[in-house]
Design a protein around this ligand. Structure first.
Ligand code: NAP
Length: 535
């Protein structure tokens, strides 16, 4: 067993962990990043499935901390593919000399707070220990794979793949019969690509998604030059918009417009805004009647695309508000169901019973398959935070503290867990906004706090329990003003059986959130206790 000593232990070498390393190293701190995988990039390393892309435009889903980086990197498409994003992260790690402090194949299994020494000790699977005054969990919101256990898995003679743990070697689909379980973003992106190659694809759908067209396009040299000439303004627009994507909120209610006016607004959004469709009116996620207008518009679009009446009917989402589950962005998803080699099974009406030697059995009969693709998502938001056993003050674990759902102060700190920070943790906007912006906001805020602690000689910072309760109550109140709780979604913990059902993110927008955390910092980190003499 070997012991290492640093100032800050960071868990995870995705976008968040690398940004934390770069910034905290720049502030003069010794940082070690522990990463379970064989390289940097986090989810963008694992999710290599066919068709994987980001739903946020490349120029916004990228780091904003370095003008030189912004200027020298050339995105090739409006929405970057997974390989391009991975190349970008690897470039960043090379360019800023980050690799030397990233320790690969180091899965953190436990972390313990030592009150006397005022430090954390993280333990990796291979028995190494890494001690540091601060522990930063940069583990991502969608990084613990959810893999349903279907009976008969061992008997299945074909191959089982999960979109979030895709093999590094190419998977050939030609001449094979493929089943895909799941129609969230990963399913919706991969199904059209797989079906162009496979002999046959059967899609097993539980909840139909609302998906809007991506309108992918290559980025021309002129577009690239225009964006780079004014990149700072683009970043500023993103940071001052509620979504972090730069969309100017439409102040009107969907109900203020006539049906014709509304259709024109929705049509424009459908044709170019991608994910921003849900922001076409300010109240689409606040008011059921307003939401119905958007949902009706989407259903009409789906109906116009899908030719077979039975398939069309199954693809129409009807039992939750549009956008209350994370909407998807697609390239020809609905059109895929007009292909001869694609079939749709509604597993609510025709439930999956088991895997057999030759395929998947649903209540109505057997579906012969050579490959089963699980696009079944993640134990979201809290999954990767709770995977290691994190033990704070008085031997209380994070899992115990969060038994009824995650409680944090500002999504950054947790009472009883001094010197622990989560980047884009529960209680922050995280997945409800441009997560890259959220990461940079959090890292800069944490760096400001750590620098101040060093300057003032403090060793320990801890969220105040009352401040945490107030924050948690505040975000639940804000969530109750929205339509989010009306859907069964991973925002609410519905994706994993037995998870507490509670809204886990800050729904007030990333602009408002930034104002709040900046004010907290300006007020001397109000709601945090700073103390303990630094050794
Ligand atoms: P997801 O959105 O959670 O979708 C999982 C799908 O699997 C759902 O359709 C779910 O149905 C279904 N499912 C789960 N367990 C099942 C079971 N036992 N039987 C049948 N169906 C089952 O996961 P995801 O598609 O991987 O996407 C997760 C998130 O990752 C996205 O929302 C997005 O935030 C992010 N992501 C982003 C991109 C991008 O930027 N382009 C791409 C991929 C993913 P129910 O809905 O009924 O639970």
């Amino acid at each position: 067993m070997t012991g290492h000593e640093v100032d800050v232990v960071v868990v995870g070498a995705g976008f968040a962990g690398l940004r934390a390393l770069h910034t905290l190293r720049g502030a003069g701190l010794r940082v070690a990043v522990l990463e379970s995988g064989d390289g940097v990039g986090g989810v963008w390393r694992w999710n290599r499935y066919p068709g994987a892309r980001c739903d946020i435009e490349s120029y916004d889903y990228s780091y904003g901390f370095s003008d030189d980086l912004e200027q020298e990197w050339r995105w090739s498409e409006r929405y970057a593919t997974q390989p391009e994003i991975l190349r970008y992260v690897e470039h960043v790690a090379d360019r800023f000399d980050l690799h030397r402090d990233v320790h690969l194949h180091r899965r953190v299994v436990a972390a313990d707070w030592d009150d006397d020494g005022a430090r954390w000790t993280a333990r990796t699977e291979d028995g190494d220990t890494w001690a540091g005054r601060f522990l930063i969990m940069a583990v991502g919101n969608l990084s613990t794979t959810k893999r349903p256990a279907f009976p008969g898995e061992d008997a299945f003679g074909g191959e089982i793949l999960h979109t979030a743990e895709w093999p590094t070697t190419p998977v050939a689909f030609a001449g094979r019969r493929v089943g895909v379980v799941g129609t969230g973003s990963s399913g919706i992106q991969s199904i059209p690509v797989i079906s162009r190659e496979a002999e046959h694809v059967t899609v097993f759908q539980r909840t139909p998604a609302f998906s809007v067209p991506a309108r992918h396009a290559p980025v021309s040299d002129e577009q690239d030059a225009a964006i780079k000439a004014d990149y700072a303004a683009r970043r500023a627009r993103a940071a001052s918009s509620p979504s972090g994507l730069g969309f100017v909120p439409n102040r009107r209610s969907a109900l203020d417009d006539t049906p014709e006016e509304r259709d024109a607004v929705f049509e424009r959004a459908w044709d170019g805004d991608g994910f921003g469709f849900v922001l076409a009116y300010h109240d689409l996620l606040l008011d059921q009647a307003a939401n119905d207008t958007a949902a009706d518009f989407c259903r009409a679009k789906i109906s116009a695309i899908v030719e077979d009446p039975g398939t069309r009917e199954k693809l129409l989402p009807t039992d939750y508000p549009m956008g209350a589950k994370r909407p998807c962005v697609d390239s020809g998803y609905y059109e895929t169901f007009n292909r001869e080699n694609v079939a749709l099974v509604d597993v609510r009406a025709d439930p999956i019973e088991r895997l057999t030697a030759t395929g998947l059995r649903t209540a109505s009969g057997d579906h012969d398959l050579d490959v089963l693709v699980l696009a079944t998502g993640f134990d979201a938001i809290t999954g990767s935070l709770l995977k290691p056993t994190i033990t704070g003050r008085d031997g209380v674990t994070l899992a115990e503290a969060w038994r009824d759902g995650p409680v944090t102060y500002l999504g950054l700190g947790v009472a009883g867990f001094p010197n622990l920070f989560a980047i884009t943790g529960p209680g922050s906007p995280a997945l409800l906004a441009n997560v890259l912006l959220g990461i940079e906001q959090h890292v800069d805020w944490i760096a400001g706090l750590l620098t101040r602690m060093r300057d003032e000689g403090h060793a320990v910072v801890e969220a105040d329990r009352d401040a945490q309760e107030r924050w948690t109550a505040h975000l639940l109140e804000r969530a109750d003003e929205t339509l989010y709780p009306k859907a069964r979604s991973y925002y609410m913990g519905d994706e994993v059986e037995g998870k507490p059902r509670v809204f886990m993110l800050y729904p007030g927008g990333i602009r408002q959130y930034r104002r709040i955390i900046e004010r907290v910092a300006a007020d001397g980190y109000e709601g945090f206790h700073l103390g303990g003499a630094a050794a």
